[in-house]
Design a protein around this ligand. Structure first.
Ligand SMILES: Nc1ncnc2c1ncn2[C@@H]1O[C@H](COP(=O)(O)OP(=O)(O)O)[C@@H](O)[C@H]1O
Ligand SMILES: [Mg+2]
Length: 250
């Protein structure tokens, strides 16, 4: 098992049960700072559940989750809400607000969580959208008027609005065509590396093996609530674990 000094995220003996059903089984592992870590696994393995523990959306039945050294369970509701500013999140379908334009979507977290003026928000939104490759002519378009790839870009710009130290991606390329998939993967790498002057830890939940091998620094394989392999990407390709090998052949 990989261990890191001063990890971004740390699971310590985390078990999660829904009723009698054990979803995460005594999970202990670290996620490195400023790296791209992908958690692979078959559907139903517990990947999204794991991600929700990182966000503090759900709590372990037993064990602890530390994010940036902070024990999430020691935070009250208000502190947790504030703490979530450390996270940017890109969901499978970008999860934009349908009735908001591209720029309104990106402005939303800035209006909710900062005391920036209207003019400052306009300026910041413009920078963010341009940085993910959305041109000004599309700023006032609704999500329904944007392509799947452009919606992803807008979703990413919104995720980056509060300058999070940790970006979380849940199945970012599932359901996308190959070209858009490549674009999103490039965007993830650019996002992780462009902000060299500050922290950017990326955690990706995925079952896209090819993309994972191309863009990750570290890869964990989650199977029925247990991490059965966790290696630097170059070693992961040579894993001798039969389940991992099966997955790699898909
Ligand atoms: N809120 C919940 N209540 C009960 N069971 C759940 C809940 N969330 C997830 N599960 C179950 O946990 C298992 C893992 O789900 P999930 O974490 O979504 O897997 P993955 O993202 O790897 O596909 C599934 O069997 C799912 O039905
Ligand atoms: Mg999932």
């Amino acid at each position: 098992m990989l261990t890191f000094e001063n990890p971004a995220i740390s699971f310590k003996n985390v078990t999660k049960k829904f009723g009698e059903h054990v979803i995460l089984n005594d999970l202990s592992f670290d996620i490195a700072r400023n790296k791209i870590t992908t958690i692979l696994g078959f559907s139903g393995a517990g990947k999204s559940t794991l991600l929700k523990h990182i966000l503090g959306i759900i709590q372990p039945t037993s064990g602890k989750v530390f994010v940036l050294g902070q024990d999430l369970e020691s935070l009250d509701k208000v502190q947790l809400r504030e703490f979530r500013r450390n996270f940017g999140m890109l969901f499978q379908y970008a999860a934009l607000f349908d009735s908001f334009t591209a720029e309104e979507n990106v402005a939303f977290p800035l209006q909710e969580f900062t005391s920036l003026t209207k003019a400052q928000i306009t300026e910041k939104v413009k920078d963010l959208l341009l940085s993910v490759g959305i041109k000004e002519e599309s700023f006032k378009k609704l999500p329904s008027e944007l392509s799947g790839g452009m919606r992803k870009r807008v979703g990413l710009a919104r995720g980056l609005a509060l300058s999070p130290g940790i970006m979380l991606y849940d199945e970012p390329t599932t359901g996308l065509d190959p070209i858009t998939t490549k674009m999103v993967n490039n965007l993830i790498v650019e996002t992780a590396t462009i902000h060299k002057d500050r922290e950017m830890t990326s955690v990706i939940i995925s079952h896209d093996v090819k993309a994972t091998l191309e863009i990750s620094d570290y890869v964990a394989f989650l199977d029925r609530g247990t991490i059965i392999e966790y290696l630097p990407v170059s070693d992961f390709k040579n894993s001798t674990n039969p389940l991992v090998q099966e997955f790699l052949r898909l």
